[in-house]
Design a protein around this ligand. Structure first.
Ligand code: GAP
Length: 543
C-alpha cells in the first residue's frame, strides 16, 4: 500500500525543520554531500547525546543490581566497554562477517549504476502490444510517479494518452522476477540491462600501518558487539561480575550500504547501543523474554507510543536453530508505506555461537549442534583464538559456555524515531490572543535538547538581571537558553519548534513579588513560582 500524502508531507516538514533549526545536515554539504553520511548540528548533537546518555543511564549506570527487577528471572549486573573501531581481522573471520555479511546487488550494463537487489521494485505494464517490467529504486512516495514517467518515455506517450498505459498489479520487488529480459532497469533506456544478483560485502576495508595488500587489510567494525565478545574474559577476570551479567557498548559502526536511504535510517556511518547479556543456558529463554519486554518499554517510556511502535517476534522458521527467539522493535516512520515498519532494535537469543566461534574457530551456523566449519582440506576455515572463554560457576564449580541475549539498538534510528514522533502541528494563541498554527517538537523532557528557556519580558526595569541570574543557575545543571529579542510570543514559538519543555518569563509582577511564570510547552499552562524555587521546579519536572 502506498504512503498517504499527509505522511509524505509530514516527512518533508521534518527534514526541512531538521536543517533549518540545526538538527541534521548532510555531510560535506558544501561539496555536494556524500550519500549515506550525516552530521548532527548544534541541536541534533544534544538530542542524540541525550538518547545515548539516557540509554546508558537506564541500562548501565542506574541499573539496580541488588533487587530482582519486574519481569526479570533474577537479579543481574551490568557493566560497560569502549572498544576500538578497527580490530584484528581474524575477529571478522570468526564472527562470520568476512564470509557472510553481504547484500545482493545488481549492476546496470547500460548506466554502470549499482542497486541493492531487494530495494529495486517495479510494476508490470502493457502498452502498444508489449509487456515490460518498469523498475525503480526511488523511495516509496516517488515510486508511482517515477515508473509512470519512465514508461511514458520508453513508449513515447504524452500526458493526454496516459490511458494507453495498462498497469498490471501493484509494486513488487525485483527479487520476485526470475528473468530480467523484460525488465527496464531503474535508470536505463533499454530492456535487459541488469546483471544477475551478486554478493557485496558490506564491511569497509582499510589498511593498517605501511603495509598494503591482504597483509595490512583491516575493517571498520560493522557492529560494536564483537568488541564485547572478544573482551569477555578480560571483563570477567578484571571485575567481580558473576553470571548473569551484561556488557554494554555505545559507538560508531560502519556498513558500506549499497543504497543508503530514508534520511539517517540507513546510513553508512552510524552509532549502535548494544548489550551482550551472558547467562546460564538453562535460563536463557527467560532472559530473552525479559530483555525483549524491557527494551520495548524503554521506547514507550520515552514517548514512542501507540500504533506507530510495535514488537514483532520472528517466526520459528526465521530463527537460527541455536536461537530460541528474536524480536524486532519497529516504528512506522513517515517515509514508509502504509502498514510498513522500520527496525529500531533487534533482540536476539544468540546461544553460545559467538563465544564458541572466538574460541574454536568459525562455526557453521547451519549445523545442529554447532560444529566447526571445515574447508575441503578438513581444516577449520577460520581458526579461533584458542583462548578459553568458558565461565566457571563458583557454586557448582562447573564450567560452561554462557548463552547470550543481544539487545542491539541504533542510536541514529532511535533519534530519528523520536524526531518523527515529536513533530506536531497544533494551534496556539499568538501575543494578540489570535489562534495560529504552531510547530511543536514534543520531545520527552529527558531527551529534549534544551530543557528550559529564560526570557525577560522587556529589556529594562531590571528584568534582564533577574532572568540572567536564573539562566546561569540553571545552566549549571542542564542545557538552557536565554533570549531577550523580539516579542515574547515569538520567543515561545522558537522554543516550541525545537522542543524546549519549559519557558520561564520574568515580568512586571516579578519585580513586585519575586515570582516568575513557567509555561508548559504541550499544555500551554502557566504558573508562578518564586525566583529562588525556579531551578528546583524545572529540575523536578525534567527528570
Ligand atoms: N550486533 C547485531 C547487529 O548489529 P543489526 O540488526 O544488524 O544487528 C542493530 O543492527 C541495529 O543497528 C539496527 O536495529 C539499527 O537500529 C542499527 N543499524 C543497522 N544498520 C544501520 C544503518 N545502515 N544505518 C543506521 N542504523 C543501522
Amino acid at each position: 500500500m502506498n504512503r498517504p500524502k499527509e505522511e509524505s508531507s509530514r516527512m518533508q516538514k521534518i527534514v526541512s525543520l531538521c536543517k533549518r533549526r540545526g538538527f541534521l545536515f548532510q555531510s560535506s554539504e558544501i561539496y555536494g554531500g556524500l550519500n549515506g553520511f550525516w552530521d548532527y548540528g548544534p541541536l541534533g548533537v544534544e538530542l542524540k547525546r541525550n538518547v545515548k546518555d539516557v540509554w546508558w543511564r537506564d541500562m548501565v549506570q542506574g541499573h539496580n543490581d541488588l533487587d530482582v527487577l519486574e519481569g526479570a528471572p533474577g537479579a543481574y549486573e551490568m557493566t560497560g566497554l569502549d572498544c576500538t573501531i578497527i580490530m584484528h581481522p581474524q575477529v571478522w573471520k570468526c564472527s562470520g562477517h568476512y564470509d557472510m555479511f553481504h547484500d545482493h546487488m545488481v549492476d546496470c550494463r547500460e548506466t554502470n549504476k549499482r542497486y541493492r537487489y531487494d530495494q529495486v521494485s517495479g510494476r508490470w505494464l502493457e502498452c502498444k502490444g508489449e509487456r515490460i517490467f518498469v523498475s525503480t529504486n526511488a523511495e516509496a512516495e516517488e515510486q508511482e510517479a517515477e515508473t509512470q514517467r519512465k514508461a511514458m518515455k520508453f513508449f513515447k506517450i504524452r500526458n493526454k494518452d496516459l490511458d494507453k498505459l495498462h498497469w498490471d498489479g501493484g509494486f513488487v520487488c525485483l527479487t520476485s522476477i526470475d528473468n530480467f529480459e523484460r525488465v527496464l532497469g531503474p535508470d536505463a533506456k533499454k530492456l535487459d540491462t541488469l546483471t544477475q544478483p551478486r554478493e557485496f560485502n558490506l564491511m569497509f576495508k582499510t589498511f593498517v600501518g605501511a603495509l598494503s595488500g591482504e597483509e595490512g587489510t583491516a575493517f571498520l567494525r560493522p557492529e560494536t558487539a564483537q568488541g564485547i565478545f572478544v573482551n569477555f574474559k578480560n571483563v570477567v577476570d578484571s571485575t567481580r561480575v558473576k553470571i548473569p551479567f551484561g556488557i554494554a557498548q555505545v559507538g560508531k559502526s560502519f556498513r558500506n550500504e549499497i543504497t543508503p536511504r530514508n534520511f539517517t535510517f540507513r546510513s553508512r556511518e552510524f552509532e549502535q547501543m548494544e548489550i551482550e547479556f551472558f547467562c546460564n543456558p538453562d535460563a536463557s529463554h527467560k532472559w530473552y523474554q525479559y530483555w525483549r519486554d524491557r527494551r520495548m518499554q524503554w521506547y514507550v517510556d520515552l514517548g514512542l507510543d501507540g500504533e506507530r511502535l510495535q514488537l514483532r517476534e520472528h517466526h520459528t522458521e526465521e530463527l537460527s536453530h541455536y536461537s530460541t527467539g528474536t524480536a524486532d522493535i519497529e516504528y512506522a516512520f513517515p517515509f514508509l508505506n502504509e502498514g510498513e515498519y522500520g527496525e529500531l532494535e533487534g533482540i536476539a537469543h544468540r546461544g553460545d555461537f559467538d563465544l564458541r566461534s572466538h574460541m574454536e574457530g568459525k562455526l557453521d551456523p547451519n549445523t545442529d549442534p554447532l560444529e566447526l566449519q571445515l574447508g575441503e582440506d578438513g581444516k577449520p576455515v577460520w581458526k579461533g583464538s584458542g583462548r578459553d572463554l568458558q565461565y566457571r560457576d563458583e557454586v557448582t564449580n562447573k564450567k560452561f559456555t554462557p548463552h547470550v541475549i543481544e539487545p542491539s539498538a541504533g542510536a541514529d534510528r532511535a533519534t530519528l524515531a523520536f524526531l518523527c514522533e515529536a513533530f506536531t502541528e497544533d494551534e496556539a494563541p499568538d501575543e494578540n490572543g489570535k489562534m495560529q498554527t504552531r510547530i511543536v517538537m514534543k520531545f520527552h523532557p529527558r531527551i529534549a535538547p534544551i530543557k528550559a528557556a529564560v526570557f525577560p519580558l522587556v529589556k529594562k526595569d531590571g528584568m534582564p538581571e533577574i532572568a540572567k541570574k536564573i539562566y546561569l543557575e540553571l545552566k549549571q545543571h542542564m542545557p538552557v537558553f536565554y533570549d531577550e529579542k523580539g516579542a515574547v510570543g515569538r520567543r515561545y514559538r522558537r522554543q516550541d519548534e525545537v522542543g524546549t519543555p519549559y519557558c520561564i518569563t520574568v515580568d512586571g509582577q516579578s519585580l513586585e513579588d519575586g515570582t516568575v511564570t513557567i509555561r508548559d510547552r504541550d499544555t500551554l499552562d502557566q504558573w508562578r513560582v518564586k525566583v529562588e524555587d525556579c531551578a528546583a521546579d524545572i529540575m523536578r519536572r525534567i527528570n
